[in-house]
Design a protein around this ligand. Structure first.
Ligand SMILES: [Mn+2]
Length: 330
């Protein structure tokens, strides 16, 4: 307060020229920053893999997620973005719960889920080896076990992981209150060494079980709750997340549980929790990931068309995939 304002019209011609030069320099600097922020241009090839998995969740309907996302014009939108090759591998067959037997109440259908995840891992591995960027469509979040295993095998090293979710998904059969495997994929993937805790980031948490709190602490995983997003802002959260998960080109897997978004924008999920990531915060995060050039694979999970309103949650998933792959407003 009280600092003298620089007087505006006091310039000689020289002062005017100096101002113009400064302004020009500022413009050049900001243009360069803009260029530096923009990562590699849009990828050449993506591989779409559907996994109509609903064995990991209690609510029925997430098995229809891959159909809903395709119905929301995923392929056409990817092509319109300039991606030359869009390979859709169809869906991996998943047994319906009625045909499957439950082996243990602590981790319902786990052997069948792991068998499906093995098939998914093989598809994802091949896609990465073929130079594609995998886009995996769930299905409940247990499919991340397969996606991450496939990426790990193809890369020969652990990818960075940005996990966007209302929940921690880091329960084990011993800590899970429900026995639903979609609450365990992060714990299983860490145990499999498909991902490393120090390059894993959780974003959007607001419903975390007691055992998960302890697991997050014990693993030393960086977790940004909704409170952190409120206080720091999504821009800072995602920049920090990128720094932790990895800054190498295409080194980060984005595992997007649509229940991370606020239910007012993403009503079609099995386990909605109010107070979530806003529409613009979600886009900002995906745009920042694209600008950094770090996205190597994407999965969107937990879309439940039965609970949705006119497919808007699947449409939002397509929008977010596009933002993560480089779509910008201008
Ligand atoms: Mn989840």
């Amino acid at each position: 307060m009280g600092a003298a304002r620089p007087s505006k019209g006091s310039g000689t011609e020289a002062a005017g020229a100096a101002r113009a030069t400064r302004e020009h320099a500022r413009m050049i600097t900001s243009a360069r920053l803009e260029v530096e922020r923009v990562g590699p241009k849009v990828v050449d090839r993506v591989d779409v893999i559907g996994v109509p998995m609903d064995l990991g969740a209690d609510r029925r309907g997430v098995d229809m997620g891959p159909y809903a996302v395709r119905y929301a014009r995923l392929r056409e939108s990817l092509q319109a973005l300039g991606i030359k090759t869009v390979v859709d591998h169809g869906n991996i067959p998943v047994p319906v719960p009625e045909s499957a037997s439950e082996h243990e109440a602590n981790a319902k259908f786990l052997p069948i889920i792991l068998a499906v995840c093995e098939q998914l891992a093989q598809k994802v591995e091949q896609a990465v080896r073929d130079g594609g960027l995998p886009i995996v469509l769930g299905g409940d979040h247990s499919i991340a076990i397969g996606t991450l295993a496939g990426i790990y095998r193809a890369r020969g090293s652990q990818p960075g992981l940005i996990w966007i979710d209302a929940h921690g998904d880091i329960n084990t059969p011993l800590t899970s209150p429900s026995g639903n495997v979609h609450g365990m994929p992060l714990a299983i993937s860490l145990e499999d060494h498909a991902v490393a805790a120090e390059h894993t980031v959780l974003i959007g948490l607001r419903d975390v079980d007691a055992g998960e709190r302890k697991a997050i602490r014990d693993f030393g995983i960086r977790a940004y709750t909704m409170t952190d997003i409120d206080r720091l802002g999504m821009e800072r959260v995602i920049e920090e997340a990128i720094a932790i998960a990895g800054t190498e080109p295409r080194s980060v897997h984005v595992s997007f549980d649509m229940d991370g978004i606020d239910p007012s924008e993403a009503p079609g999920v099995g386990t909605p929790v109010r107070g979530g990531i806003s529409y613009r915060e979600a886009h900002l995060a995906m745009e920042a990931l694209a600008a950094a050039g770090v996205v190597g694979s994407i999965e969107v999970t937990e879309i439940n068309p039965i609970l949705d309103e006119h497919n808007r949650t699947a449409e939002l998933a397509v929008e977010l995939i596009l933002s993560a792959l480089g779509k910008t407003i201008l």
